[in-house]
Design a protein. Structure first.
Lengths: 290, 217
């Protein structure tokens, strides 16, 4: 089912995410997806996240569909040129994928193959635009296609990035280019997020706010240093520092639940990024009140 | 300076809004030396535009040696022709695209850069260092206040930044400022943020001179 249809029916949607394995055996990621799937509407499958080499998310997305789960297939502009990107959009559609999240992608230097050739021949705004053209039956070059693309495409925004003005301008361009849903990078400050949502020109497009349970001060420092657009505030790090070592996961989930509860009225759902923390999900959702 | 040439007259005419009156502004430095924006070229362009039925209110080029990329030169030249500029609706700039920021700060009129970069290299003088020019068919720097996001951003993003800049610095090259921060700051000062809202089409990576399939015999 399309995320847009879920939001239209119920007023909100909840998504989570999994990462494909670094290896050929999908059993673990599928087990995680099954566990998460009981609590959420759809599950994002990341595309070489952090610029690390992993299994193609298209395979995981298809395997999830066979298990009755709804994937949100992520596609980055980092590794493929415009021919391959369009080809993979069609492939995903043919394999039953209904939601694609289009992102530029983390740069190679942040990952485990820093010498890989950066492609970035299209940016996320352009690929969203191309997907819109493909839904109308034309490819990027203007050629008629034998059948149109059907899948729904969404986009990301970082509401706590350095320069909010620029993020808002780019978000508007993504919506103008045909983004049908938005999933955000992690949100930690509800008041700032509410201001961000007031300023955003969304044209009725649903926004699923990003939530990351931060489970230790070390993880927080790693995220701040390595994950673009994420700024774990000092108050979160302080609370984790004050917690007993064995209690930090619970505290992190509690903070996430409180943030989720506070921001839910300002948006149309949650996107909970808790990789390896499937067990934390029910608690976070309960605190959020969904 | 990068090797720069005038944009073809046909395309320039297309970019000028219907009925808009034009003031042509040149450059006394590189553009005079390389003959794409000195007094002679300004006069030529003014005549060519008039020949296309466009009303030209006048033209001016700074004294030889004075670069329009210097904000003081840009301001003085525009003030020196204040009456003609006041009658105009747009300025056609015959200088490197890197000259546009200085002109955009000196006037509230829209600036149409009448030149494009056709060969890369490192710039000097007041201009911003740009590298790895892609020789785009339509120069992106012309749309971004003279700062080229395609060559400066490691992800070649031309529709706005990623979310990764920290403290205004590039996430990939932390010693460098994020070019989008520079573009944003410049266009904000110039009151021309609307430029950032325009959708930028994908650039072509086809090598210059290549015969594309649909053009081949």
């Amino acid at each position: 089912m399309k995320l847009t249809e879920i939001v239209a029916e119920r007023g909100f949607a909840v998504t989570a995410e999994v990462a494909p394995p670094k290896g050929a055996d999908p059993s673990e990621v599928l087990a995680e997806a099954r566990e998460i799937g009981a609590h959420v509407d759809a599950i994002n499958v990341t595309d070489g996240q952090g610029a690390t080499m992993r299994m193609s998310p298209l395979a995981v997305a298809r395997l999830m569909i066979e298990e009755g789960l709804t994937p949100v297939w992520q596609i980055t502009c980092r590794d493929r040129n415009r021919i391959a990107l369009q080809g993979d959009l069609l492939a995903a559609d043919a394999l039953g994928v209904e939601n694609a999240l289009i992102v530029t992608g983390d740069h190679m230097v942040l990952g485990d193959h820093p010498g890989a050739k950066p492609v970035f021949g299209l940016d996320s705004v352009q690929l969203l635009h191309v997907a819109g053209e493909m839904r109308a039956g034309r490819d990027l070059a203007g050629n008629e296609m034998a059948s149109p693309l059907r899948l729904s495409t969404g986009a990301v925004v970082a509401p706590e990035a350095d320069n909010i003005d620029l993020q808002l301008i780019k978000l508007r361009k993504k919506i103008d280019a045909g983004a049908e849903f938005i999933q955000t990078q992690a949100v930690f400050e509800p008041a700032a997020f509410a201001r961000f949502m007031q300023r955003a020109e969304l044209a009725g497009i649903p926004v699923l706010a990003g939530i990351i349970p931060v489970t230790s001060p070390r993880v927080a420092r790693f995220m701040n240093a390595r994950i673009p657009g994420v700024n774990v505030p000092t108050w979160v790090i302080q609370l984790l520092n004050e917690a007993e070592m064995g209690d930090r996961r619970r505290v992190g989930a509690e903070i996430a639940g409180q943030i989720a509860h506070a921001i839910l009225p300002a948006c149309q759902g949650l996107h909970i990024m808790a990789q390896g923390g499937a067990d934390l999900l029910p608690g976070i959702l309960e605190m959020a009140g969904v | 300076m990068q090797r720069t040439v005038p944009v073809p007259p046909g395309r320039l005419t297309e970019e000028i809004p219907d009925g808009a009156r034009v003031f042509v502004l040149g450059c006394g430095d590189c553009a005079t030396r390389e003959r794409f924006g000195g007094a002679a070229e300004c006069e030529e362009t003014a005549e060519a535009l008039a020949g296309e039925g466009i009303e030209v209110t006048g033209w001016a080029a700074p004294a030889e040696g004075d670069g329009t990329c210097d904000p003081r030169v840009a301001r003085a030249t525009i003030e020196g022709a204040a009456d003609q500029v006041a009658d105009a609706d747009v300025i056609v700039l015959l200088a490197c695209p890197q000259g546009a920021p200085a002109v955009e700060r000196a006037t509230t009129l829209p600036v149409i850069v009448g030149t494009q970069v056709v060969s890369g290299g490192v710039t000097g003088g007041n201009a911003s260092a740009v590298e790895e020019c892609n020789f785009c068919e339509v120069c992106i720097a012309r749309e971004a206040g003279g700062l080229c996001p395609h060559s400066f951003c490691p992800k070649h993003l031309i529709n706005g930044p990623c979310g990764g800049a920290q403290g205004g610095r590039c996430e990939v090259l932390p010693k460098r400022p994020c070019v989008w921060e520079l573009i944003h700051r410049h266009l904000k000062i110039a009151g021309k943020l609307h430029i950032l809202r325009r959708y930028q089409e994908p650039v072509s990576f086809s090598p210059p001179g290549a015969e594309n399939a649909d053009e081949a015999p």
